[in-house]
Design a protein around this ligand. Sequence first.
Ligand code: ACM
Length: 529
Amino acid sequence: MNTRSFLTSFIASFFVVPFIGCSDAPKKIPYPETDLSQAALIPKPLKVVATHSAFGLDSKTAIYTAQAANGFEKVGQFLSNKIQTQLSLNIPVNESPLEAVERIIYINQTEALESDAPEAYQLHIKNDSVLLNARTAAGAFRGIQTLRQLIPEQSNDTLAEQPMWLIPSGKIDDAPNFGYRGAMLDVARHFFTVEEVKKYIDLLAYYKYNAFHMHLTDDQGWRIEIKSWPKLTEIGAQSEVGGGPGGFYTQEEFKELVAYAAKRHIQVIPEIDMPGHTNAANLSYPIFHAKGKAETPRVRTDMKVGYSSFDAYKDTVYVFVDDVVREITAISPSPYFHIGGDESHATPKKDYIHFVEKVEKIVQKHGKKAIGWNEIAQANISQTTVGQFWNEPESALKMVEKGNQIILSPAKKIYLDMKYDTLSKHGLHWAAYIPVDDAYNWDPETYVEGLPKEQILGIEAPLWSETISNSAELEYLAFPRAIGYAELGWTPADQRNWEEYKIRLKGQVPYLNRNDVNFYRTELVDWEN
Ligand code: ACM
């Protein structure tokens, strides 16, 4: 018998006749009663059926996965690493069965799921096995986040010879309501290091986000190395809001972030914001600067908007944009490239339209679909371009009439940089104060009347960084609201309820504390009891 078929029959033994693969007779473990339906899972899964017993995660557990080639083994390895970090348990992945293995987690590839969404998954949790069924590695990855959320903080040290972390038993069938569940970080107003960005991505992955949009350029700083235009980083990257040193990602560092996110089944969407918000680029190469209404480029450390513009009728500008898109798409596997397009108040309307239409074609030439902020609705954009609604519902409606897809990021509801209330330590409030319950209590499907669900690609929570410059400040604004947005993106409206959600939110505290997350302890949640 070769290793693979031995493994198959060994695994089958767990699902057909428990323990025939092991030499010793199983010890009957008196598991306490549990209730999977009461677990603090966020986002809330579609269907949960509790069977009131437990799976004992312990040193005699092993992970097995579907074949390595399609990414399932990497998902198993990710789970094993997270268990190692959290519990100091070494759970082997796809190693030949050992006498010592008494319980298994099997991550299986199958088409037999209730939902046809690529990220759908199903978990069967029994005494001796956890079976995770998924169609894709992304689905398996979402499933292991659910499993991680079920691991208790404390082990039970009396049930068996070794500590056991009791995972409530039952069955979960789950799939996302929206295919796109994003967060955006503005690394231009303040620069965030690779390690800070990775920490945020890892937290988002735990809540099943699948898109991370990086706002890489703005008036105050240019943050990505472009080899053919070196002054962008020699000059344009050396400033930020408030007068700090700024910074930028080398292409190698950007690739590192993309790979880190990809391991978490999160795509990174790069944004080069233009033709407005381009002071840093214009300062680096003054030839791009549109005269007219636009202010002369200089180092900007203030928070004003709407004063800079590229010259939409200069060939050099399009040579430059082509180079930037070419260099970034070479290191960016996402199908999307974000062209910005917001608040170009210093660009005449005719020039703006001309610019957006030309840049959209450049992005398409390099094999990507464009995303733009809702102002791009003024231009004659093609149907594959995605609009990101932030402040003009009429622009979103205009785009859906033409057949375009929309990402919903209404500033009044989902801008993570809006203060919670007047006492907030960081943030702005030009769109609204967004307390944690208001952040949760709205429905993306009905927020803009007349937007058909089929044309809503999903939702995204932007975090602009005028008032924040490190992980602690980022986390103060993002958490806990980003956790609620995860649920708005995943769980249908008829299954969401603030009163019930806030109890599950409180259940996140051990995870947030373990990961040193500086979340805002709103009085709307009873964190202590
Ligand atoms: C934006 O908030 N200017 C998209």
